[in-house]
Ligand binder design. Sequence first.
Ligand code: AMP
Length: 211
Amino acid sequence: MIRVIMLSPPGAGKGTHGRWLTLQTGARHISAGDILRAEVARGSDLGQQVAAYTERGDLVPDELIFRILAPEVVAAARHTGGYVLDGFPRTMPQALRAAQFGADLALTSNAVVYLTAPEQELVSRLLDRARRDGRSDDTLGVIRHRLGVFATETAPLVDYYRDRGILVELSTDRPEAEVQADLLAWFQGRGLIQPLAAESRPDSAEPAAER
Ligand code: AMP
């Protein structure tokens, strides 16, 4: 079963392609951002603490992230045997702690998908999404800040996972179907998705919904 980390700057397509991977495999999609937004919407004390960071486009402190996400990952892995982690880990301390946690529970990630697109394209996709979904952190100033946070805090994880031999890097500056064909080929090449099972699924040719 796939246990995947989607590691990409905002707007590169980790939500879109992450959800598509879950359709192919039955693994559970766990979006850190969605879980945090749900906590904020509940208006709990925890949600109020989280909102102070997400509104500015800053990362939520690691302690809060682990408290909120760890139970979700464990539950997903127990129920389906797999997960697609969308937006976690995002810092080196998160990655190291997640690796330890994964090893302890035999839930270690077996693939990391690093999606890229030119910065102008990322900004324009996020502004499009703002018009569609009205996310409060999709304003130009906060988008630029989030891209800066990715470059300083999250980008170092690319080499960390590349060195571990589990990273696939793909440009999403092209049609979704091409990205998905490359993803499928990579996962099949690693024996993480079975060719026939994947191709016989009726939804395999459908483009995933835009975020
Ligand atoms: P996303 O939906 O992935 O763009 O995440 C939205 C926001 O949630 C980010 O800008 C951060 O403020 C926060 N966030 C999501 N995932 C994490 C994480 N792993 N660590 C810290 N903050 C996070």
